[in-house]
Design a binder for this molecule. Structure first.
Ligand code: ATP
Ligand code: MG
Length: 197
């Protein structure tokens, strides 16, 4: 394809052509990024960028809402409906008073994610930090796996977060464990905008 046009109309046409030429997914995969080293969400964003570049649609669903706005939200206007970025549930921070409340919020978040997965509208669906939610048993892993089985076959799914449950690791096609060798946090350097969020 030619150079990326800047004028809005031409850009829209360019995106449409990209979409027309997008490769078909013959076998959607389940990818898991876990471990205690930095890079899990970043890796998922890397896949998202690649997928958008090839003309696919991407849903990036966040199970945990940080106190800050992630910079990735700003990608939205560039790709329009091709890029769905959503904080699930009630903009959930997982700091409720009771387990019941956590589970109810997790269920709510999961219903949204499930609808997106089963819709088949997105070639790539990222379930950011779902491993965390599963490892605390806010959601039963069997239920999530059942939906992964049911999803349309052209949907790739990326699950991120520490402590991916064994059942999900067993089910996934690809599992990468990020291992911390060094992290600046240990030297007192806090998360930085643009690099960490
Ligand atoms: P990133 O979003 O940077 O790829 P991540 O998804 O692998 O990180 P999370 O467990 O989601 O890691 O943690 C999110 C935040 O915590 C990020 O700001 C990240 O830099 C930071 N972080 C990740 N791993 C570590 C670590 N081992 N020690 C300290 N801070 C960490
Ligand atoms: Mg993360």
């Amino acid at each position: 394809m030619s150079e990326v046009p800047v004028a809005p109309e031409a850009y829209r046409a360019y995106l449409q052509e990209l979409r027309r030429n997008a490769p078909k997914v013959t076998r959607g995969l389940v990818l898991v990024y876990t471990g205690d080293g930095k890079g899990k969400t970043t890796a998922a964003l890397g896949i998202a960028v690649r997928a958008l570049g090839v003309g696919w649609r991407v849903a990036f669903l966040q199970f945990i809402k940080g106190p800050w706005k992630s910079s990735e939200e700003h990608i939205v206007p560039l790709f329009g409906e091709r890029w769905l970025f959503r904080k699930l549930g009630r903009g959930f921070t997982w700091e409720h008073d009771s387990l019941d409340e956590d589970q109810a919020a997790a269920q709510e978040a999961w219903q949204e994610a499930r609808n997106v997965l089963l819709s088949g509208d997105y070639e790539v669906v990222v379930l950011d930090e779902i491993n965390y939610v599963l490892s605390y048993r806010f959601l039963p892993v069997e239920m999530v796996i059942e939906t992964l089985r049911q999803r349309p076959s052209h949907v790739h799914v990326v699950c991120t977060g520490r402590n991916a449950p064994e059942a999900l690791v067993a089910f996934a096609d690809l599992v990468t464990e990020m291992r911390k060798v060094k992290h600046p946090f240990d030297q007192g350097v806090l998360a930085q905008r643009g690099l960490d969020f």
